[in-house]
Design a protein around this ligand. Structure first.
Ligand SMILES: *[C@@H]1O[C@H](CO)[C@@H](O)[C@H](O)[C@H]1NC(C)=O
Ligand SMILES: *[C@@H]1O[C@H](CO)[C@@H](O)[C@H](O)[C@H]1NC(C)=O
Ligand SMILES: *[C@@H]1O[C@H](CO)[C@@H](O)[C@H](O)[C@H]1NC(C)=O
Ligand SMILES: *[C@@H]1O[C@H](CO)[C@@H](O)[C@H](O)[C@H]1NC(C)=O
Ligand SMILES: *[C@@H]1O[C@H](CO)[C@@H](O)[C@H](O)[C@H]1NC(C)=O
Length: 434
């Protein structure tokens, strides 16, 4: 026994496997002012997050907007336990040989996320087409030579062999994140999100003494012109992934995203100057998604408290929390086929509700007509209820002893045809009020 523990404990300390669970939100770094940074940090702390993964697509020393934004965010978190790490957006062709010098400008800040033994975390969005030997010789080794050992958890799911043998191929990493598997597969068939890739990487990571960060997201929608009109189904994706995460017990979770307006999977605010000059406002303006935080916050508490099942997710107080979401346009609209994967669209009213105990009923309405009534039990309850109709009156009510104790009313009518050139499949998201 003695021999085993002296062998295993240093290994755990070395790799960060002993680190406690944490949940981050992917944050698109863009032009901003420091007051906006302060609000984002405050809101993310209130929503239960431990930190942001700062998606940076520039490492240029002359892009002041980028360097300023990162500094505003780090400084805004000063005095809190909220921390951040850089996630290099390799889809912008960043030069691997220059990532390190960008990193060290920030990695000794008090709010930069590190392992318990001081290694700064670094992640990516893609970069798996660059070889492991290049990641070692151009990124890791030069940093180590100057006394900075990165804790590297990239998303290399663009590597051709992914995920089989990932940790054998990439010795430069300390862990993995998988981006694409956060949603049901692309294509024309309706399917549930799969956790097969996550399950195999968790097993392989742990066998290699490394970590796995699992992605959690609501859905994906963008409408940026032919070839960039894109839907990844989200009728039940968020709560289904929560169920998978509690079941699989990854080391860390990253929510995609805090503020990506372009892909519509934001759960916090995004700022006008971050999307200036794009068509993103056309489908995100007035579409507040913060209602999803009502479910994310208790999920984070449950995950960090080692819950293994969604029945163990508890609201913070004695009242139900949760949210309703639906699309403001029927799938029969003539513009639908301009969206890739539109065949996966469902006309449904969706909910996720966290209840303090059994004995509740959840009613779902569209066009003020009852679509269904469902018994609610302690923990997270969710459903995609078919029957979304044109008109107003999309709502959910949570009842106890036949009286409504909480409700959420949609603020947007459902249309049969779009009134403008945007075929808007973004969700109307409304949190419960008691
Ligand atoms: C952090 O590192 C940078 C770059 O190496 C250096 O300029 C700066 O003085 C360091 N700050 C602290 C507080 O050590
Ligand atoms: C998705 O999962 C739900 C709940 O387990 C199930 O009812 C439904 O049939 C599944 N859908 C598909 C397309 O597999
Ligand atoms: C969760 O499990 C870990 C590992 O067994 C343990 O160290 C930690 O104290 C547990 N946390 C809670 C809140 O029970
Ligand atoms: C276009 O119409 C859709 C409804 O189909 C609406 O959600 C969206 O906000 C409108 N966009 C603009 C720019 O008016
Ligand atoms: C939703 O609308 C119903 C019916 O008008 C109303 O009784 C209820 O208070 C509303 N709920 C909220 C949270 O505004």
């Amino acid at each position: 026994m003695h021999v085993i523990s002296t062998l295993i404990l240093p290994l755990l300390a070395l790799t960060g496997r002993s680190a406690s669970k944490a949940v981050f939100a992917h944050y698109m770094v863009g032009s901003m002012v420091s007051d906006e940074a302060t609000k984002d940090i405050k809101d993310a702390i209130a929503a239960g997050f431990d930190g942001f993964a700062l998606n940076t697509h520039s490492i240029s020393s002359t892009d002041d907007w980028n360097i300023n934004a990162i500094n505003y965010l780090l400084d805004a978190a000063q005095g809190t336990s909220f921390k951040m790490f850089i996630s290099f957006d390799m889809s912008w062709g960043l030069d691997v040989a220059h990532l390190g010098e960008f990193l060290v400008q920030f990695s000794n800040h008090s709010q930069y996320y590190t392992t318990a033994d001081g290694k700064p975390w670094v992640s990516t969005y893609s970069g798996g087409s660059t070889s492991d030997s290049d990641w070692n010789s151009l990124f890791r080794q030069p940093l180590e030579d100057q006394g900075v050992t990165p804790f590297f958890i990239p998303d290399f799911d663009d590597w051709s062999g992914y995920p089989t043998g990932f940790f054998d191929e990439f010795t430069s990493v300390d862990g993995a994140l998988s981006w694409e598997v956060a949603w049901p597969g692309a294509g024309s068939t309706v399917s549930n999100v799969s956790d097969t890739t996550d399950a195999s990487l968790i097993k392989d990571a742990h066998a290699a003494g490394k970590v796995y960060m699992m992605a959690l997201s609501s859905f994906q929608f963008k409408y940026l012109g032919s070839g960039s009109n894109w839907y990844r189904a989200g009728d039940t994706n968020l709560p289904e992934r929560m169920e998978q995460i509690l079941d699989l017990q990854p080391d860390f979770v990253e929510v995609l995203t805090w503020n990506d307006a372009g892909e519509s999977h934001y759960v916090g605010d995004f700022w006008p100057e971050q999307i200036a000059g794009t068509d993103e406002a056309a489908y995100t303006d007035g579409y507040d998604h913060t209602g999803w935080q009502q479910v994310i916050k208790p999920f984070i508490t449950a995950f960090k408290g080692n819950a293994t099942d969604i029945s163990q997710i508890k609201p913070e107080g004695d009242s139900p929390v949760g949210t309703l979401w639906y699309r403001p346009l029927l799938t029969s609209a003539s513009c639908s086929n301009s969206i890739t994967n539109y065949q996966q669209g469902q006309d449904s009213v969706n909910f996720a509700v966290v209840l303090p105990s059994d004995g509740y009923t959840i009613e779902v309405y569209s066009n003020s007509q009852l679509l269904g009534s469902f018994p609610g039990t302690a923990g997270l309850n969710y459903k995609s209820v078919p029957g979304l109709q044109a008109g107003g009156g999309q709502s959910i009510s949570v009842l106890k002893d036949s009286s409504v104790v909480a409700s959420a009313n949609g603020t947007k009518d459902v249309l049969t045809q779009s009134k403008n050139s945007t075929c808007n499949w973004n969700y109307e998201v409304v949190g419960l009020s008691s």
